[in-house]
Design a binder for this molecule. Sequence first.
Ligand code: SAM
Length: 290
Amino acid sequence: MAGKLYLVATPIGNMEDMTFRAVRILKEVDLIAAEDTRNSMKLLRHFDIHTPMTSYHEFNKIDKAYTLIEKLKQGADVALITDAGTPGISDPGEDLVRLASEAGIGITSLPGCCAAVTALTISSLPTRRFCFEAFLPADKKEKEQILEELKTETRTIIIYEAPHRLVRTLKELENALGDRRITLCRELTKKHEEAFCTTLSGALKRYETVEPKGECVIVMEGRSRRDIREEEQRSWENKSLGEHMDIYLKQGMSRKDAMKAVARDRGVSKSDIYRQLLGEQNREEPPSRA
Ligand code: SAM
C-alpha cells in the first residue's frame, strides 16, 4: 500500500506554536523532507524527533519530488516541512503536492502557523475578504502588471517582504496605488512582535530614520468600491453617450443593462438615455429619398 504525504506547518518564530499532532506525525513518518535540513535540525532536536531527513528545496523541487513519490509509492510515509510556517505558502510544496496528487498519493495538511493569516488577524483592517500576493515578483514587467491589477482590488491585500527590500516595495506601492492605510506586521509570534498601523507614506517616513529589521508582512487596505465608481464616473465626463455605452457593452452587459448603468452614472433615467440614443441613431441614418 502507498504511503501518505503530510504537509506539516511549523512555527514562524515561537516554538510553542508547534502542534501536538505535528510532533507526533514528524515522529511517526518514515522520512521528513525539509527545505533546509540544518535549520530544521534545531526544531527536531527541540521536540526530540529522530526521523531521518532529506532536503527538498527550490532548486531540487522537481527532481526530488519524483524521488519522494517513488518512496511514497513503495509505502513510505513522508512529511514535508519548510524553514517556517505552512509548506506551499511562499515556500516549496506546490509542485510536490501536484505531482503526488497526479501519482494518486494520499495527501493531508496539518494546519498551523502561516504569517499571512497571523498578520491579517491583528491588522485592524477588514478580514472578511482578502487576497494574498505573497512576495511581489522581481521581474519588472510582471510586477507592473500586478500593481496595475491591485489598483482596483477591493479586498484587503497581504504582501510578504524581506527587511532589506521593504522600503523599495513601500515606495513602489505608494507610486502605483497612492497613499493607503497599511499595517506593518513584524517579528510575528516573537518577543518583539509589532503591528504598526500606519499608511504607506507614514511607514516610509519612519524608515527615513529607522532601519527596517525583522521579517515583515504588509497588510494593506483594498480600494473602496465607491472610490472606483467615482473615478469611473469622472472618466466618463468627456465621453459621448455611445462611448459610455461601449464601456459596459465591452464588459459583456446586455444593451438594457448597459443603459441602466449609464443612466445611473449620469444621474438620469433609463428612458432619457433611450431617447438620447434614439436621437443619435436617427441623426446618423442617411436621409431617405422621397
Ligand atoms: N511559509 C511561510 C508562511 O506560511 O507564512 C512563509 C515563508 S516566506 C519564505 C517568508 C516570509 O514570510 C517573510 O519574508 C515574511 O514576509 C513572512 N514571515 C515569516 N515569518 C514571519 C514572522 N515571524 N513575522 C513576520 N513575517 C514573517
